[in-house]
Design a protein. Structure first.
Length: 293
């Protein structure tokens, strides 16, 4: 079972050298790295194809992780915006096929963040969900033959309104009706929205295709009190065999911290070697917890 990490761990601002990212996390011992698709959509996939080949040389698989910007929100009330979102997703899928990238995780169905301040009737929410599923379903027609999988991420209520729980995510997957479209569960969001961590895994069931691992405050796995034992027991019971990825944000002060609303010091050392030592500890923790999967 592959263990990976989101590329922004330990990063304050924009990343431009993705080869250095690959080098760093390969040295720590990860099997894959999640990177954003957007920087690689301008050249018909040439750069990402080269980067993916470089990753394979280093023993690293590349996957895509994204949160669409507001101009590509398929849940928007504006038809123009919804269509822009559909076109954006199709471009990403074309690039993925060319570069042999097999997983897209995140919020491709809506924008991130999408906190809603206006009142929302639950009947209206269902209408938006059905409409979004219809658009998304058309975008992903044919991906079964490519081997590409999409893992939709439920978000906490402060970052999204349309899909907050595994149960709601499973309902969206059922509406989309494509076997290559499933769910990604994220421990951070689950800690805020789910009645039961185990129950959320069971709600996701066969739809579960990817995981983001972090403590409830987004520290590295093993640094807090997230119910890891019962979480992995539930994964075992549903027969989960997908990837395990750390998505931890512990670096204050930069643009990344602002994006994820991190306004305090979570104790991450400034020295990269010390950070990587913590990463290795966390990676070993995940390997120990997942040994029965």
């Amino acid at each position: 079972m592959k263990k990976g990490i989101h590329f922004l761990f330990g990063i304050k601002n924009e990343v431009k050298d993705f080869r250095a990212v690959i080098d760093r996390f390969a040295a720590v011992g990860f099997d894959f790295v999640e990177i954003p698709p957007e920087p690689f959509l301008i050249d018909k996939g040439e750069l990402i194809t080269e980067l993916a080949a470089y990753g394979r040389e280093k023993g690293i698989e590349l996957t895509f992780s994204c949160g669409f910007s507001r101009e590509y929100d398929m849940a928007s009330e504006e038809e123009k915006v919804r269509m822009q979102g559909a076109s954006h997703l199709k471009r990403i899928l074309e690039v993925m096929e060319k570069a042999d990238i097999r997983l897209l995780g995140g919020t491709a169905y809506t924008c991130w963040p999408s906190k809603r301040n206006q009142p929302l009737e639950l009947e209206e929410k269902q209408r938006i969900l059905v409409r979004t599923a219809g658009i998304f379903s058309k975008c992903v027609q044919g991906i079964e033959s490519t081997g590409i999988e999409i893992a939709i991420e439920p978000l906490n209520r402060f970052e999204g309104f349309l899909v907050n729980t595994a149960k709601e995510g499973a309902a969206l997957c059922d509406l989309i009706g494509n076997k290559n479209v499933g769910l990604m569960l994220d421990g951070f969001h689950m800690s805020m929205e789910e009645d039961s961590i185990q129950g959320a895994v069971y709600d996701a069931g066969a739809h579960l295709k990817h995981l983001h691992l972090a403590e409830n405050n987004r520290k590295l796995p093993g640094m807090g009190e997230f119910p890891w034992k019962t979480f992995f027991e539930a994964l075992q019971k549903i027969g989960y065999q997908g990837r395990l990825s750390i998505e931890s944000f512990m670096t204050p002060e930069g643009a990344v911290a602002a994006d994820v609303a991190l306004w305090r010091d979570l104790g991450l050392p400034a020295d990269v070697r010390e950070q990587d030592a913590l990463l290795k500890n966390s990676l070993e923790f995940i390997k120990t917890m997942s040994v029965r999967l």
